[in-house]
Design a protein around this ligand. Structure first.
Ligand code: ADP
Length: 505
C-alpha cells in the first residue's frame, strides 16, 4: 500500500475516532445535564406548590390552593394530577374526588413521611413520575405537596430536547470530521509530494547528477533531509571531482609510462646500433691492418688508425655518458667545486669546438662579460655541459648557420634574498625545437622525432640539468619553432670564493 494511502487512511481513522469519542462524551454529558435540568424543573414546580400550600394550611383557606392545583394541571400538560396533604388527607387536589381522601400505598406513605424531596416512578400504566415535596413552616412539617407527571410525556420531551442538542452536536461533529479528513488528506498529500521530490532527488543523485539540488520549502524533517541530501551531493561532487582528477593523473602517468617504455625500447636499439657500427668499423680496419704486408702504404694505414681512434673515442664517450648516468642514479655523482677562470673555461671549450664548427661550415662566436673574472663551479662538468650544448647545436644547425655563446652577469635584484648570478646562453640558428618538447628534452632518453642519425642517446641534456641543479641553478630551452633556431640558457649563483658555497656534494 502506498504511503499516501496509508497516511490518508490513518488520518481519516484518527479523525473519526477522535470525533466519535468526543461526540460520545458530549452525548453522555448532555444527557446528564438534561436529566438534572428536568429534575430541577420538577422540583421548582413542587417548591412553588409548597409555598402556596403553606399559606393555605396556616390560614386554613384551601380554595385558592385548590384553584392553583387545577391551574397547575392545566398549565403543565405533563402533570397528570397534583395534590396537597395535610393531617393525613388531601386538602387540595386537581381531581376534586380525592379531596378529603388519604393516600393508601406503602411507597406513598414512605415518601410523604420523608423530609426530603423525593421522586418515585410507578410502572402502572400510564407510568407516573411523582414528585413528593414536604411542606414546612419553620422547622415543623405541616403537610406534603405531590405532583404526578406522565412519565412517557416527560421522557418524550426529554428525548426530543436531547435529540435537538445531539443534532447540533452531530452537525459540529460532521463538520469537524469532514474538515479533519480533508486536512488529513491534504497533509498526507503534502508529505508524500515532498517525499516524492526527495525520492526524485535521490534517484538523480544516484545517476551522478551531484550538482542538482532538491529545493523544498519549510523547516520540517523532510526539508532537513533534503538539505542533508544536497550536502551529500556537494560532497559527492567534490569526491567525484577528486576521483576524476586522480583518474586523469593515473591516465597521464600511464601514458608517461608507455612513453617511457617506448623511449627505453628505442634507447636499447639505439645503443646496440651505436655500439655495433663503430665496433664493426674498428674490426674491419683492424683486419685490413693485420692483413697488410709491411708498411708500404703508411699514409693509408695512418688514416685507418685515426678512424679506429675516433670510433674508440665515440664508444668511450658513450660509456662515459652511461657511467655518469648510473652515478647520478646511484647518488654517487660528485661535483667538485673550485674557482674557475672564466676566460680559461671558454678558451678550453672554444678550442675544441672551433675545428668542429669549421668542419660543419658553421660560424661559432663567443662573448664574455669583461667584468667576469672567476666564479666557483666544477670546471670539468661545466665544460662538459657547454660542449654537449654546443655540439647539439652543431648537430642541428646546417652549413652556413651560426652558434653564439654568451657569458653574462645577472646583477642582484631589489629583493633582500636576491643574489648575483652568472648566465650562459647558447643560441643557434638550427632546426629549432617544437614547443611541446621544450620541457621534455631534459628528461632522460627523450629525443625529438626525426633526423635519427643526428641524435645521440638522449642523455646529454639530462646530465646538463643535473650538473646545473647541483650548482644551485636552472637550465631551460627556448625556441620560436621549427627552423627558427634554439636557445639554451643556464644560470646559477655567482660565488667568487670557495668558502661561500655549500653546494659541494
Ligand atoms: P642527444 O644525445 O640525443 O642529443 P640530448 O639530451 O643532448 O640527447 O638532447 C635531447 C634532444 O633534444 C635531442 O635528441 C634533440 O632532439 C633535441 N635538441 C637538443 N639540442 C638541440 C638543438 N640545439 N637544436 C634542436 N634540437 C635539439
Amino acid at each position: 500500500m502506498k504511503l499516501r494511502t496509508q497516511l490518508s487512511l490513518f488520518s481519516a481513522l484518527l479523525v473519526s475516532s477522535v470525533v466519535a469519542a468526543t461526540t460520545g462524551g458530549f452525548y453522555f454529558n448532555e444527557r446528564e445535564r438534561l436529566t438534572f435540568d428536568f429534575q430541577e424543573e420538577r422540583a421548582a414546580i413542587a417548591k412553588k406548590l409548597e409555598l402556596v400550600s403553606v399559606d393555605a394550611i396556616i390560614g386554613n383557606d384551601y380554595a385558592p390552593l385548590i384553584r392553583y392545583v387545577k391551574d397547575l394541571k392545566l398549565n403543565y400538560p405533563e402533570i397528570v394530577w397534583a395534590g396537597v396533604h395535610h393531617a393525613g388527607e388531601f386538602v387540595a387536589h386537581s381531581d376534586p374526588e380525592w379531596i378529603g381522601k388519604s393516600p393508601a400505598d406503602q411507597n406513598t406513605l414512605k415518601a410523604i413521611s420523608s423530609l426530603k424531596t423525593t421522586e418515585m416512578l410507578y410502572d402502572s400504566p400510564p407510568d407516573i413520575l411523582e414528585v413528593v415535596n414536604p411542606i414546612r413552616s419553620g422547622n415543623a412539617r405541616i403537610g406534603t405537596a405531590r405532583i404526578a407527571f406522565s412519565y412517557p410525556m416527560v421522557k418524550d420531551r426529554f428525548n426530543k430536547t436531547l435529540l435537538k442538542s445531539m443534532n447540533r452536536i452531530m452537525e459540529v461533529a460532521i463538520f469537524t470530521l469532514i474538515f479533519g479528513v480533508i486536512a488529513g488528506l491534504l497533509i498526507a498529500q503534502n508529505i508524500t509530494r515532498r517525499l516524492s521530490r526527495l525520492v526524485r532527488g535521490a534517484r538523480s543523485l544516484a545517476k551522478g547528477n551531484f550538482q542538482e539540488k532538491i529545493s523544498l520549502a519549510g523547516a520540517d524533517e523532510i526539508q532537513e533531509l533534503a538539505s542533508e541530501f544536497n550536502l551529500m551531493g556537494s560532497q559527492l561532487a567534490k569526491l567525484y571531482g577528486q576521483v576524476h582528477e586522480q583518474a586523469d593523473t593515473l591516465a597521464q602517468a600511464n601514458l608517461e609510462l608507455l612513453e617511457l617504455d617506448r623511449i627505453k625500447k628505442h634507447f636499447f636499439s639505439l645503443v646496440s646500433h651505436e655500439l655495433r657500427s663503430p665496433l664493426t668499423t674498428i674490426k674491419g680496419y683492424l683486419t685490413i691492418l693485420l692483413d697488410a704486408q709491411g708498411m708500404e702504404d703508411w699514409e693509408k694505414q695512418e688514416r685507418q688508425l685515426s678512424i679506429i681512434r675516433e670510433e674508440t673515442e665515440r664508444i668511450a664517450n658513450m660509456v662515459n655518458e652511461f657511467m655518469d648516468l648510473s652515478r647520478i642514479e646511484a647518488g654517487t655523482f660528485k661535483i667538485e667545486m673550485r674557482p674557475i677562470q672564466v676566460e680559461m673555461l671558454i678558451e678550453f671549450v672554444a678550442d675544441r669546438i672551433e675545428p668542429e664548427a669549421a668542419n660543419h661550415n658553421v660560424k661559432f662566436s663567443c662573448k664574455v662579460d669583461s667584468t667576469l673574472k672567476t666564479f666557483v663551479g666544477d670546471p670539468d662538468r661545466l665544460s662538459q655541459v657547454l660542449m654537449n650544448l654546443i655540439i647539439n647545436s652543431l648537430k642541428f644547425t646546417s652549413a652556413g648557420g651560426e652558434i653564439h655563446l654568451d657569458v653574462y652577469r645577472i646583477p642582484k635584484g631589489r629583493r633582500a634574498d636576491d643574489i648575483e648570478q652568472i648566465g650562459f646562453k647558447i643560441k643557434d640558428t638550427g632546426k629549432g625545437i617544437p614547443r611541446e618538447a621544450l620541457q621534455k628534452i631534459f628528461n632522460r632518453y627523450y629525443q625529438v622525432e626525426g633526423e635519427e642519425k643526428k641524435k645521440g642517446l638522449g642523455l646529454g641534456l639530462a646530465f646538463a640539468k643535473e650538473v646545473i641543479e647541483r650548482h644551485g641553478g636552472t637550465i631551460w630551452a627556448e625556441s620560436e619553432g621549427a627552423g627558427k633556431g634554439s636557445t639554451f640558457t643556464f644560470i646559477f649563483p655567482l660565488k667568487t670564493t670557495i668558502e661561500t658555497t655549500a653546494l659541494q656534494s
